[in-house]
Design a protein around this ligand. Structure first.
Ligand SMILES: [Zn+2]
Length: 276
């Protein structure tokens, strides 16, 4: 990993790196014919497309949010009393902004830990092309997480996609070294509060403290969430746990490859592929 190279970079200031991105967006009728800004690609199966749609419906409260036959995300005109108003605002900005966001299935890829966003490019570039960001989603990783139900409700593919969209829409940052959630997760945590869910208390996960003869032997990691009890003012802690050897992030070669792809666009892993 090269954490120091990330500091203070933004999506805007790194466009010069566009040509180095290996991900290529082939010509698509979606872009040629419409101004759709958030699109799920054909690589995402109908089942997984529905899974993502249902999660975004649950978070936003928009029961009629949907992808059309071309994969374009359509929001609702309603103002539901349930759901996160902040999440609705983020998606509204994404679907009306200057940048295009694509969802791509990256399930079981070693270099994708849950979710991350990379900069794409058109096969035949034109000066009129909008900037394109590709959200790589490893749907399988989310099925390998166990833990408290309150934490699992605050951590699924819907939340992960909103995290990556926030990077694109707001140029928000993840922390490099400290134990805070970071700017991006602060926005996502606000959405969780609006739904009465616990908030993520750190951007990074930790290894489970299992030791044998003084040596850390665990390959299982945990991520903490917390919620203040409004009546007792006590803080309750909830945990997610997974096997990092299966989900990814432990192999240094994968981590390096991941960096080479992501650092030029200041994209990020939904969970960084490092632990401390
Ligand atoms: Zn991030």
């Amino acid at each position: 990993m090269y954490p120091s190279t990330y500091t203070n970079r933004s999506l805007n200031c790194l466009n010069v790196w566009k040509v180095t991105i290996i991900l290529v967006i082939f010509g698509s009728p979606v872009f040629a014919a419409t101004t759709d800004r958030v699109v799920v690609r054909e690589s995402v199966s109908p089942v997984r497309r529905d899974e993502l749609m249902m999660r975004l419906r649950a978070i936003t409260g928009w029961s009629d949010l949907a992808f059309d036959d071309d994969g374009a995300l359509h929001l609702s005109n309603t103002s539901p009393t349930a759901g996160s108003a902040s999440a609705r605002d983020l998606l509204s900005r994404a679907t009306s902004g200057d940048r295009v966001i694509l969802f791509e299935d990256a399930s079981s890829r070693k270099d994708v830990v849950f979710c991350r966003v990379v900069l794409g490019k058109f096969l035949r570039e034109s000066p009129a092309d909008p900037e394109v960001y590709v959200v790589l989603i490893d749907f399988d990783d989310f099925r390998k997480v166990i833990g408290d139900k309150q934490a699992r409700a605050a951590f699924d593919v819907g939340w992960a996609v909103l995290h990556e969209i926030d990077h694109v829409v707001h140029d928000s940052q993840d922390p490099e070294h400290d134990t805070s959630p970071g700017d991006c997760e602060a926005h996502i945590n606000n959405m969780r509060r609006e739904l009465g869910l616990p908030v993520r208390n750190s951007y990074f996960y930790n290894f489970l403290p299992i030791k044998k003869e003084g040596v850390l032997v665990s390959r299982f990691v945990r991520l903490g969430f917390e919620q203040i009890n409004s009546t007792s003012t006590k803080t309750k802690r909830y945990w997610l746990i997974w096997d990092a050897a299966i989900v990814g992030g432990l192999n240094p070669e994968c981590a390096e490859a991941s960096d080479r792809i992501t650092s030029p666009v200041r994209s990020s892993l939904y969970l960084a592929s490092r632990a401390f």
